[in-house]
Design a protein around this ligand. Structure first.
Ligand code: PLP
Length: 358
């Protein structure tokens, strides 16, 4: 009789890069039924015409075949005013970050990041075994550290990943500042992640195709209210997009996400109205925090970072008990809590709950 395979007793040893990584586990459970001001999502849901179109078009056949992207690529290219070959659909911005790193960064290569910023930049750079250098946002006002970043760029820099506006600070770089970085880092892939563009209004999209090292990303997870579907896109010179394609799994964007995005850009009035509502609501957040004597950083996005001081974790927990979710950021910015801005009515509920526990 053949001998049974030996029983494995120890887990397989992963790559060094993975061993070195700190585990990242965002608190994603138990959010149903609460006022979700913790993930910067759209707080009122996807546009109704998108939901309606998905219902109308959902048939057995649609799910049985591998996705085709021609229709959505054309629709998104028209909406974002680029040519279809300057655009790559991705499984959320997260996959855009991953594909850019996989295309341009070898083990040990230098990647420049800002700190604090969106956690997935560091995550994918670490998985790739990159040598990560982080430049701090200015401690006094969390402003974009232009001079420090320009100084850090060297011939070995292979990628620079910038959220603009930045999460969690809410602060932003100007178009001129980003152009200086593109000029200085001619040999590096520069990603400008515009996940919160609709609340800021400054974009580098018109430079796509002209600046050969520029990559711009957008997402349908935030103002478009489709975070569950996982759809993002990255824009760059067509020659770069061809290389990104080579490094991407061919069907990573599912058909429902592709259909929903094509539908969403047909009519963006709902999204624009929501963005306007958020901007009005953000002023209410400022006024409410002023009233309570809580300081905060002014934001260019749909969230506000407030300084709760020693009580940051307690405030988060008490708000949760009152049915309002906010995000503690004190592990990277002492005393800071981030609150997503939704509608004015939702902001009033948040402020009322905060007032009761403050
Ligand atoms: C700067 C930034 N980029 C991207 C994302 C997420 O993008 P996606 O859902 O498209 O992967 C977030 C979400 O918090 C973010 O803050």
């Amino acid at each position: 009789m053949a001998e049974a395979n030996p029983v494995q007793t120890a887990p397989l040893r992963p790559r060094q890069a993975v061993l070195r990584m700190a585990p990242y586990s965002p608190p994603t459970a138990g959010r149903a039924g609460k006022l979700r001001l913790d993930f910067n999502e759209n707080t009122i849901g996807a546009p109704p015409h998108v939901v309606e179109a998905l219902r109308r078009r959902l048939e057995a056949d649609l799910l049985a075949v591998y996705p085709e992207y021609g229709e959505v690529r054309a629709a998104l290219a028209a909406y974002f005013q680029v040519s279809p070959d300057q655009l790559l659909l991705t499984n959320g911005t997260d996959e855009a970050i991953q594909v850019i790193i996989n295309t341009y960064v070898d083990d040990g290569d230098e990647v420049l990041l800002l700190r604090p910023s969106y956690a997935m930049y560091r995550f994918y750079a670490d998985v790739a075994g990159a040598s990560v250098r982080e430049i701090d946002y200015r401690p006094e006002d969390l402003a974009f550290p232009l001079e420090e970043l320009l100084e850090a760029i060297g011939p070995a820099t292979r990628a620079i990943l910038i959220a603009n506006p930045n999460n969690p600070t809410g602060t932003a770089a100007s178009r001129e500042q980003l152009e200086m970085i593109l000029d200085r880092a001619a040999q590096a892939a520069v990603l400008v992640d515009e996940a919160y563009f609709e609340f800021y209004g400054v974009t580098l999209l018109p430079l796509v195709g002209r600046a050969p090292n520029l990559f711009v990303s957008r997402t349908f997870s935030k103002v478009f209210g489709m975070a569950a579907l996982r759809l993002g896109c990255v824009f760059s010179h067509a020659d770069n997009i061809r290389f990104l394609h080579k490094a991407q799994s061919p069907y990573s964007v599912n058909m429902l996400a592709a259909m929903a995005a094509a539908e969403a850009v047909k009519d963006d009035r709902y999204v624009k109205e929501y963005a306007a509502e958020v901007l009005a609501a953000r002023d209410l957040v400022y006024q409410g925090l002023d009233r309570l004597g809580i300081s905060y950083y002014r934001s260019q996005a749909n969230f506000v970072l407030m300084r709760a001081g020693e009580r940051a974790l307690e405030i988060r927990d008490k708000l949760r008990a009152a049915g309002v979710l906010v995000r503690d950021r004190s592990y990277e910015l002492p005393g800071c809590v981030r609150v997503t801005v939704g509608t004015r009515e939702q902001v009033q509920r948040f402020l009322k709950a905060l007032e009761e526990i403050w």
